[in-house]
Design a protein around this ligand. Structure first.
Ligand SMILES: C[S@@+](CC[C@H](N)C(=O)[O-])C[C@H]1O[C@@H](n2cnc3c(N)ncnc32)[C@H](O)[C@@H]1O
Length: 263
């Protein structure tokens, strides 16, 4: 298996460009699934609750937390990401060393981020430390079959030059719906895995959306393959265009869920 050399290459989140390219792929969902609303519903935010959103990225959750009456602090390792956030306060810090006193927050959100962290046991301990004793952590991640149709196209393209290449993905391996519970159990007593009511499926008609998505993950993989990543992007785009011409759409299914954790 060809693991990416790092779970978080510094170029990946130098700005929110790559994250935006990936989010764009989900815009054509039918029926629409509002992931943010679903996650915040699991967190059960009440008026005045102190909320830490760790790995807040470009801050998509923060205004929605405020709208629910919560008091959010966005925290991210990347200053470039935080530049895209209009909400305040935000703090540049790693989940491995949270600059907050113990028992500061009622709710911690860790959406699609723990798989990027090198010292995950430490980050999970830190999340437990900054939560009040009755606090709740909602950690969101993906499952092994996440976007399998797209992974197949990327692997087919890459295997023209690297026969056994596997698109190893941290969100479905390092911290996933399959193995996240065991990792969280080092710090939390009660862990409940919750899945959305229906599969999250998108039917894509514009091959450029898929090409942009694949281009956005170049820095995880390009050093481990023989071809330039741009050639993989071109082949996947052409293949998606052929599928769209034949069937009218290219369908991708997301497998995402959340761990709701208490101590
Ligand atoms: C896939 S993005 C998710 C952004 C946001 N949570 C969302 O769901 O839209 C992952 C984010 O985690 C951040 N990140 C990666 N490692 C981190 C760490 N050790 N501590 C804090 N943030 C980190 C990245 O900079 C990036 O903004």
């Amino acid at each position: 298996m060809n693991c990416p050399e790092t779970n978080n290459p510094p170029t990946q989140y130098a700005s929110d460009r790559n994250l935006r390219a990936r989010l764009r792929l989900w815009e054509a969902q039918e029926p629409r699934f509002d992931l943010y609303r679903w996650v915040l519903g699991l967190a059960d935010i009440g008026a005045g609750d102190a909320v830490i959103d760790i790995g807040c990225g470009n801050g998509a959750y923060l205004p929605q937390v405020t709208a629910l009456g919560g008091l959010p602090v966005g925290v991210d390792l990347s200053a470039g990401m935080l530049r895209a956030v209009t909400h305040r306060p935000v703090v540049a810090a790693s989940a491995e060393h949270l600059p907050f006193r113990g028992a500061t927050f009622d709710i911690a959100l860790a959406p699609h981020m723990l798989y990027h962290v090198d010292d995950r046991p430490r980050a999970i301990d830190e999340l437990r430390r900054v939560l009040r004793p009755d606090g709740v952590l909602v950690a969101v991640t993906n499952g092994a079959q996440h976007m399998a149709a797209l992974r197949d196209l990327v692997e087919t393209a890459a295997r023209r030059a690297d026969r056994d290449w596997v698109m190893s993905r941290m969100s479905t391996e390092a911290f996933s719906l399959e193995n996240g519970s065991d990792q969280l159990a080092t710090a939390f007593d009660e862990i409940r895995l919750v899945l959305p009511p229906n599969p999250v499926t998108v039917r894509i008609v514009d091959p450029e959306v898929v090409a942009d998505y694949v281009a956005s993950v170049a820095d995880f993989y390009e050093s481990g393959i023989s071809q330039p990543w741009t050639e993989i992007v071109t082949e996947v785009r052409d293949r998606v265009a052929a599928i769209v011409a034949e069937r009218g759409f290219f369908e991708v299914t997301g497998v995402t869920g959340a761990f709701v954790c208490r101590s």
